[in-house]
Design a binder for this molecule. Structure first.
Ligand SMILES: NC(=O)c1ccc[n+]([C@@H]2O[C@H](COP(=O)([O-])OP(=O)(O)OC[C@H]3O[C@@H](n4cnc5c(N)ncnc54)[C@H](O)[C@@H]3O)[C@@H](O)[C@H]2O)c1
Length: 319
């Protein structure tokens, strides 16, 4: 049976209690809450190729538990709605068991918590989807947390040239720590960035990963890959009215365009393995964490994000 009514409560990413019928988790388990889920029963979950769970894929509008359509939070008798299935800006929350990944209890929760979203997304976009061959050249569009994680993934996969593209040159120095070897700021060039990259790479890059959310960058990321074998992967979430336009000959000339959600990782099945990559020191998550604030100062974290400062800010739950 699908686990629609199964719930659990966790605090500090530690399970506090489980609902009736939950067998995979027990109080005390260390977990990562994820904004998208894995029911393990639908055609997507059963497919080795998809992580787009029919039941629990991201839904920003639902705001209630799937089982009974009700919220578990309230204030003065009025409901407070859930946020993307996790509602983690609180000491305790209630989540569907399918959105919770059980991880190694030895893993430091104040570090590996960043693997719940953008870092795994960028990493997976490179290692699971773009799959750059060893010695290849990879272009990363957008050097925010997701793009830096994509660069890290390209480095882990063995790419030898990783070209970071961003309109904000202040990102470049930091990006060297994540494997970027060269940089292009489209503002520094009068010609389209696709042409700049083609000149730098003898015809085009082998792989590109777009992590901006800007549709023009998405088109550039596709058109800058080498004909014959180039693969572009879109990660950024575009404006709802955006349209992607390119000449169909770009496809006929054997360029491939892909998109990915959460780096094609299945949250419950794959995320524990990403944590193990960290435990084996194959993936360094500390360098993504530039700030940390107590829960009482959570708005400082939003200010940092709005100003584009730092990479990721940890919100510490303190009593
Ligand atoms: N597909 C998924 O599952 C998934 C998951 C998480 C985040 N995302 C999306 O990934 C994108 C990146 O997230 P982030 O947290 O790293 O964002 P961010 O805002 O921290 O970084 C984006 C970077 O892109 C740069 N940029 C913007 N427009 C550009 C352009 N035209 N050319 C070159 N660089 C440009 C910005 O200067 C910035 O440095 C967002 O759109 C986010 O919504 C997707």
């Amino acid at each position: 049976m699908c686990c629609t009514s199964l719930e659990l409560i966790y605090v500090h990413s530690i399970v506090e209690s489980v609902g009736e019928g939950v067998t995979e988790l027990a109080p005390g388990d260390h977990v990562l809450p994820v904004f998208t889920g894995e029911c393990k029963e639908c055609p997507h979950c059963k497919s080795a190729e998809s992580n787009m769970c029919d039941l629990l894929r991201i839904n920003t509008d639902r705001g209630v538990m799937i089982g009974d359509g009700k919220s578990r939070f309230s204030i003065d008798g009025k409901p407070i709605y859930h946020f993307v299935g996790t509602s983690t800006f609180s000491e305790y929350t209630v989540m569907h068991v399918g959105c919770v990944a059980k991880i190694n209890p030895e893993a430091p929760l104040d570090k590996v918590c960043v693997l719940s979203c953008g870092i795994s997304t960028g990493l997976g976009a490179s290692i699971n989807v773009a799959k750059p061959p060893k010695g290849s050249t990879v272009a990363i569009f957008g050097l925010g947390a997701v793009g830096l994680a994509a660069a890290e993934g390209a480095r882990i996969a063995g790419a030898s040239r990783i070209i970071g593209i961003d309109l904000n040159a202040s990102r470049f120095e930091e990006a060297r720590k994540f494997g970027c070897t060269e940089f292009v700021n489209p503002k520094d060039h009068s010609k389209p960035v696709q042409e700049v990259l083609a000149e730098m790479t003898n015809g085009g890059v082998d792989r590109s990963v777009e992590c901006t959310g800007n549709v023009n960058a998405m088109i550039q990321a596709f058109e800058c890959v080498h004909d014959g074998w180039g693969v572009a992967v879109l990660v950024g979430v575009p404006h709802k009215d955006a349209e992607f336009k390119t000449h169909p000959m770009n496809f006929l000339n054997e360029r491939t365009l892909k998109g990915t959600f959460f780096g094609n990782f299945k949250p419950r099945t794959d995320l524990p393995n990403v944590v193990e990559m960290y435990m084996r020191k194959e993936l360094e998550v500390e360098k993504f964490i530039t700030h940390s604030v107590p829960f009482s100062e959570i708005n400082k974290a939003f200010d940092l994000m709005a100003k584009g400062e730092g990479i990721r800010c940890i919100i510490r739950m303190e009593n």
